[in-house]
Design a protein around this ligand. Sequence first.
Ligand SMILES: [Cu+2]
Length: 291
Amino acid sequence: MTGRRAVAVVAAIAGLVAAVPSAAAQHGHGAPEPPSAAPVPVDVGFDAFAPAHVDALVGATVRWTNVSVRPHTVTAQDGSWDSGRIGVDGVYARRFDAVGSVPYLCTLHPGMRGEVSVHDVLLDAPSDHAAPGRPFPLRGRAALPAGTEVAIEADAGDGFAAVAEATVAADGTFGADVVPETTARWRAVAGSGPSPAVLLPVVDREVALARRGHALTAVVSPPAPGMTVVLQLRLRERFGWWPVRRARLDDRSRARFVLRRRGGHVPARVLLTLGDGATELARSRTLHVGG
Ligand SMILES: [Cu+2]
């Protein structure tokens, strides 16, 4: 039943505790890339650009790669620049230094159209859902001097309103922890105008925890397959709750932890977290394992 498709984790607690520092040091998968990061990639397909719309920071390079079996061009709609023929597997890169929208097309197949939107400020699309009333880290990048103030705005249906402020760091990134109550669109405002809006879904989730023998099964509802859960144990020798194992919810929104421990009862609970494994969204009741 549950065990087959569940994430089965078998580990000795002693070994898990020893592994905690390395787990804590892991980088969250949603960490923002610095503004000087790799070019924005666009695939040139048989009859379409993918994605057809990209957002880029001022000064960023967009890189088109012909992944199809015939030649194409990347040509500004106003004729101001032209890649020439891009052969199969060929690449064309162009840097964009001015804010604004730049429509382009393929002159060989004029139905192929795309657009580059260039901005002073971009908000990273959240990779996780938020929970109501809990802090959520919003991150972004700016092509603006360090120290520039960035207004963080939200629109839950009544129009955008300022919610938080952030400051551009030396590496061009900025961030603010916001506490959303409901699903909303978010944007950053600085320089020449607002960033494109990103949607931050807010979902109130519950973590049910059941024990059978040495196995703990966590079920998150509403379903959240792929999201991160963390098993915590309250360890007397560590003076509190410690994360001992991290897992991803399977396609049935479950995770299974199998514990082996000699002697003594240990309180255990499971947290639903952001991808960083640290920012809590919901937590289960506490059960006792071992003994
Ligand atoms: Cu073409």
